[in-house]
Design a protein around this ligand. Sequence first.
Ligand code: ZN
Length: 425
Amino acid sequence: MIKQSRFFIVLIALIIVKTSVAYNPVEVFDFNKSLRIDFILTGTAKTQMAGISNLYEEPHWSGNENSLIWPMDYGTYRYEVYTQDGQLVVRNGFSTLFEEWQMTNLPKLGPASFEESFNIPYPLQPVTIKLEVRRQNEFKLLSEWHINPDTDQIIKKNPLYKAQKLYGNGNPSESLDIVFLTDGYLAEDSIKAQKDTKRFAEYLFAQAPFNAFKDKINIWLVHAPSMNSGTTEPRKNIYKNTVLGSSFNSLGLERYLTTKEYFKIKDIAADAPYDFAVVMVNTHRYGGGGIFNHFSVFTSDNQWSKEVFVHEFGHQFGGLADEYFTSDVSYEEMLDTDKEPWNPNITTLVAFDGKWQNLISKGTPVPTPRSKKYKGKTGVFEGGAYMSKGVYSPSMDCKMRTNTAEGFCSACENAITEMLEMYTK
Ligand SMILES: [Zn+2]
């Protein structure tokens, strides 16, 4: 009996030791380079499949080694990387243009495909990658890929274009690295590309909370020349041959400026160690687009270009939702008000305690009336995410609502700060 209990004690001790052994990230990954996983999402309004397109070895990994498993549960999709013994080593979320397409009436015309991609630090041993999609606030497995760096065909890709650094001296792994890519800029527009990038970067540096992290933000520029100047405007029958294929009228929305050439974005950005690639489109027209952990697109020369850039970057970087609710955006299926959305700056009040409740001062009613009394205050104001009912925003105005807002609201500021800390700690 004594022997047996001793056996169990030893067994339990072994189990404890086994489960508490911390894995050594440098044995799993080479953080000096990255593995780029390109895949295609194909589907209809209700179905989808993800298949690998190509695997690439790229020359940089700019992420933070202390932020491999992201605690924020943002994005409609997420990927997880596991070692052979089942240890979770990387997790991050993202959103897609595909999911937006699914919400329009375009799927009635037939299935469509979208380019998707993410980079992980370069694995030194076989890993399993799970791609999951959020359904009813739970993640469901979409695809699982087993990648062996010794035997799989991983294409070593030399960057096509040189990156130039315009601001910052921080180590990329402890900095936020943003690479500006040009679209619709000719070869002779390289000085304009630099000037434009500086204008946007300095506007970003002046915005709270980015201003407090200025020393930790590196700004890069890759100027890949386009054949034509400007961008495609289908409603005006204007079609331009540009290097990143940007176009207005994305998903049938006149001012929605995006591109379907995400692999091209990644090809052109590759010389820079970057966390985020932003696409600067050489036109004076108003418009843009931004998708969490994917891309943001904005125009260079509109009177509101700087504001649009910061707003779209709010989507791309912070996972922030639009706080406006009167617009020409018309998705077939709006947000489900029975579920709490994942974005940090909107709520359906289903699970508000996980949101900005701690920022609301005592005595502020919830919901909060949109009246003068609460201007500039943090509350819970009905209207947001294109819906006037059932969705609530943290403030009466914010960069995620209007171009004339003085800054981000306190909930957005908090969410951005949390992100900045993840990149710079
Ligand atoms: Zn906000």
